[in-house]
Ligand binder design. Sequence first.
Ligand SMILES: [Zn+2]
Length: 68
Amino acid sequence: MVRKIAKCCCECSKALTRDEIALSKKLIGRNINEFFCIDCLAEYIDCSVEDLEVKILEFKEQGCALFL
Ligand SMILES: [Zn+2]
């Protein structure tokens, strides 16, 4: 059995969802090793959580591979 290590937010150590990981990669860069939860990511890039939620939906609608 392969156990996948859950990724955690590098700021607050909260366990991350697939969407949050994908969003970190999309907005910060694909080669990052540190990921942010949606709250910390909003602070990091200085926008609102609502903006990020909209972005997730947009990326999904665009069929971005990171979000599949
Ligand atoms: Zn966080």
